[in-house]
Design a protein around this ligand. Structure first.
Ligand SMILES: NC(=O)c1ccc[n+]([C@@H]2O[C@H](COP(=O)([O-])OP(=O)(O)OC[C@H]3O[C@@H](n4cnc5c(N)ncnc54)[C@H](OP(=O)(O)O)[C@@H]3O)[C@@H](O)[C@H]2O)c1
Length: 252
C-alpha cells in the first residue's frame, strides 16, 4: 500500500514508523546501502524496506522524501497518490502541476543521516497531514509517530517555511548555532524582517497562519539554540541547500 521515494533521513523515519505498523514499504532511492539503521529514543532499529527500481502499481500512496530540488527527477516514479514530506515551497506545487494531484505534509522531527544510518535528535517531533490522506496518518500513528491531522495543510506548510526562512539562512551566513537569532541583535533584526516578508506573502495568498510566525521563530530558536540548522550543516558539508525553495519559493 505504501511506497517511498528517497531513503534519506526522512525516508528512513517514515519507513521505521511503517515497519512498526506492520508494513514493509517499497522504496525507490538513489544510493543504496547494505542495511539501514535508525537511532531513535535511545534504541537502534533496523529499517526494513523492499528496494525496487520502480514502485509496483498497487502502491496507493507514494511518500516523497527527496530534497525539494530533486523533485523533478522523481516525478515519473510516482505511483497513485503522492504525499510530499519536504521543507519549502515548490516541490508539492510541481507535483500537482505535473500529476494533477499531490498533498503536502509537515514533519518536525529532526533527523540527521550518514549513509544508511539515521538518527532522530531533539524533542518529540510531529507529522502534520491533511485529512484527505487519513490512511497515511493512521498508518504512521499506528507505528508510533506523533501525528496531527488537519483539514488544510497549507497554513502549516507556510508557517514552517517562514520559520525556516528566518532561521536557516541567517545561521548559515553567520556560521552560528540557532541561538544567534536571540543573542545577536543584527541577526534577530534580519530574522524579523524575513518573517515580516513571509507574513506579507501569505496574506496576499489569503492564507491564515495557525500561530504567530515571529513567536514561533523565536520559540524554535530557543528550543534549538545549541543546534546547527540543516542549511548551515549543508553549507559546512558543501552540499546543495534548499534555499531556493525556502527563501525563494513561490506559489502561483
Ligand atoms: N532531516 C530532517 O530532519 C528533516 C525534517 C523535516 C523536513 N525535512 C525535509 O525533508 C526532505 C528530505 O530531507 P532528508 O533530510 O531526508 O534528505 P536526505 O537525507 O538527503 O534524503 C534524500 C534522499 O533522496 C534520495 N534521492 C535523491 N534523488 C533521488 C532520485 N532521483 N530518486 C530516488 N531517490 C533520490 C537521496 O539519495 P542519495 O543518498 O543518493 O542522496 C536520499 O536518499 C527535505 O525537503 C528536508 O528539508 C527534513
Amino acid at each position: 500500500m505504501f511506497g517511498i521515494i528517497g531513503l534519506g533521513g526522512v525516508g528512513m523515519l517514515l519507513a521505521y514508523f511503517l515497519n512498526n505498523a506492520g508494513y514493509v514499504p517499497y522504496v525507490v532511492t538513489r544510493t543504496r546501502y547494505g542495511r539501514y539503521l535508525i537511532k531513535f529514543g535511545g534504541g537502534e532499529y533496523e529499517v526494513r524496506v523492499r528496494l525496487v527500481d520502480k514502485l509496483p502499481s498497487d502502491v496507493k500512496y507514494t511518500l516523497i522524501a527527496v530534497k525539494a530540488y530533486d523533485t523533478e527527477s522523481i516525478i515519473d516514479k510516482v505511483v497513485n497518490i503522492p504525499v510530499v514530506f519536504q521543507n519549502g515551497i515548490g516541490g508539492v506545487e510541481l507535483i500537482r502541476e505535473r500529476l494533477g494531484v499531490g498533498y503536502g505534509a509537515v514533519i518536525t522531527y529532526g533527523v540527521t543521516r550518514s549513509g544508511g544510518v539515521a538518527e532522530v535528535r531533539g524533542g518529540v517531533g510531529e507529522v502534520i497531514l491533511p485529512s484527505s490522506v487519513g490512511e497515511v496518518a493512521d498508518a504512521l500513528k499506528a507505528g508510533g509517530a506523533n501525528v496531527r491531522v488537519v483539514n488544510d495543510i497549507e497554513p502549516y506548510r507556510w508557517l514552517k517555511v517562514i520559520v525556516n526562512a528566518a532561521i536557516n539562512p541567517v545561521t548559515a551566513i553567520l556560521r552560528a548555532r540557532n541561538g544567534v537569532i536571540l543573542e545577536d541583535s543584527n541577526a534577530k533584526a534580519l530574522a524579523v524582517a524575513v518573517v515580516k516578508e513571509g507574513v506579507e506573502v501569505v496574506s496576499r495568498l489569503g492564507i491564515k497562519l495557525p500561530s504567530d510566525p515571529l513567536a514561533e521563530t523565536l520559540r524554535i530558536a530557543e528550543t534549538t539554540r545549541n543546534n546547527y540548522s540543516s542549511m548551515l550543516q549543508d553549507v559546512l558539508n558543501r552540499r546543495r541547500t534548499e534555499v531556493d525553495y525556502i527563501n525563494g519559493g513561490h506559489s502561483d
